[in-house]
Ligand binder design. Structure first.
Ligand code: SF4
Length: 357
């Protein structure tokens, strides 16, 4: 049915105008691909524009500090993407003179660049014949060609890759890859695909066999882990020299939000019924702080991540003692400087809801 040619024709008529379309600058293509992983296009677009404005080329990005990059990334989540982005920018500058290598194997060696991103850069920027596979591609191929292997299994990944490699248009692989992803995003959507108006409706296996809602086949999702975060927004006593300051802590453990800043945290695996005695006990036990003045206990915030749900409560207290020296990576900063630190979105939301900034 000359799948690639028909897709490309459809794409030329229907593609969305996006700032990373119709360019072949590997830096900007890479930037857009990293930002768009696990992010909706509308949200990603604002971040892409912010990054391109602030770092017009890879030399600018490679020179940036981690805090600066994390601050600009704030709200996008999955911060290891930002960490890897900075590491890749530095490597490309140091090892390749600021030019991405036009070689898929070398691209794959850069931090945060896996099979999908390397195929996207290789095909769109360098016209190399590599097929991308993402959620859109799995959906389109499984439905049209009736592929029933589980997409997130080793066998399934291999089978889909074989199909995709056979189908990719060797003359214009970049257009082919963008076409199939755009088609999946606009027509062959996860729910309510526009089958009646689809250019492939006569050949589509899923449509002809009433299997549109059954394909692609996926492994059941892992169970979500619930985590309960009790954030202590600790401020020195009113009237002391340190008024209007607050303690922040840099997250250094291998966990979510590494390298971001948050407040002093007590984590539990179950919900606590908070009252003054429990809060006083938590401060004593975890931070050796006595006689707190409890000023605020926030509502519970729920932040959902892929495999976990964070239930966060913020407790604002004044204390008359400095935090112990043993508390590593803790800083005391002015509240009006909080805006300069990269923080998880949850904290940004709390600060805004309670008008603390
Ligand atoms: S007919 Fe429906 S399921 Fe098949 S490719 Fe088109 S939009 Fe997707």
């Amino acid at each position: 049915m000359n799948f690639g040619k028909r897709l490309a024709e459809w794409y030329q008529k229907n593609k969305r105008e996006l700032p990373w379309r119709d360019i072949n600058d590997p830096y900007r293509i890479w930037l857009s691909e990293i930002i768009l992983q696990q992010t909706r296009v509308n949200q990603g677009m604002d971040y892409y524009i912010k990054f391109v404005d602030k770092y017009p080329d890879i030399l600018d990005l490679a020179d940036a500090s981690r805090d600066e990059v994390f601050k600009l990334w704030q709200g996008l989540g999955y911060y290891n993407r930002a960490e890897n982005m900075l590491a890749t920018a530095k490597m490309v500058v140091e090892q390749y003179g600021g030019h991405f290598p036009a070689d898929r194997e070398l691209l794959l060696k850069l931090p945060g660049i896996g099979p999908y991103t390397s195929a996207a850069i290789a095909s769109i920027a360098f016209n190399l014949p590599f097929a991308v596979i993402d959620g859109n591609v799995y959906r389109v191929l499984s439905r049209i060609f009736g592929i029933t292997e589980v997409v997130n299994s080793t066998e399934g990944t291999k089978r889909f890759q074989q199909y995709a490699d056979e189908l990719v248009d060797r003359k214009q692989p970049g257009i082919y890859n963008q076409s199939i992803m755009e088609f999946g995003a606009l027509y062959c959507t996860p729910v309510n695909p526009d089958c009646r108006n689809c250019i492939f409706k006569n050949e589509c296996f899923a449509f002809s066999n009433g299997k549109v809602n059954d394909l692609p086949v996926k492994k059941p999702k892992n169970k979500i882990r619930n985590r309960f975060f009790y954030y202590f927004m600790i401020e020195p006593e009113p009237g002391s020299n340190e008024t209007a300051k607050v303690y922040l802590k840099k997250r250094m453990n291998v966990d979510i939000w590494k390298n971001l800043y948050d407040f002093l945290l007590v984590e539990t695996d179950h919900k606590l019924e908070l009252n003054d005695d429990i809060i006083t006990g938590m401060l004593q036990q975890n931070f050796k702080l006595e006689d707190p003045l409890i000023r605020l206990v926030s509502k519970e915030y729920i932040h959902k991540l892929t495999h976990q749900a964070i239930h966060a409560t913020f407790i604002q207290v004044n204390v008359n003692k400095k935090l112990d020296e043993h508390e590593k990576f803790v800083i005391l900063t002015h509240k009006n400087k909080l805006v300069d630190y990269p923080v998880p979105r949850l904290i940004e939301q709390f600060l805004s809801d309670y008008k603390i900034l």
